[in-house]
Design a protein around this ligand. Sequence first.
Ligand code: THU
Length: 148
Amino acid sequence: MTEHSENQFDPEKLLEAARQQATHARAPYSRFHVGAALWSAGRIFGGCNVENASYGLTICAERGAVMNWAAGGSPGTPLAIAIAARSADSGQWVEAMPCGACRQVLNELPGANQLVVWIWDGEGGKSTTLRELLPHSFGPSDLGIEKG
Ligand code: THU
């Protein structure tokens, strides 16, 4: 788990944490190394993709970061998630958006309507929002439950 105690939100720090998390990827099949970093309560919760020989049991970096945050007691309301992906073969950073499954998992977070998504493209960060990536979503409110 990557945690920092600095509580000032800093996208550069979050992107740096995502890049660092990508170095922990366990991706012998795709050789696509992904790191994610979730900012909540002034802390950073990291995740990396962990692949499986059955392929389908692979866990993405973003979901790893969410699980890490939950395992840490779900502190605060996540403000942003950063994602960094690199091809192990070329060594190049690749601009990669969160997959559909991860978007749906991020939609469970408190503050999902305001969650900012930062993508590392090898040169600097680009930001979008979960709402932009997952409009008209199905979520907790459809079942009468508040995100929390
Ligand atoms: N991957 C992620 O970790 N996050 C995404 O949002 C897209 C895909 C991983 C899963 C797999 O290990 C590899 O990238 C290739 O799909």
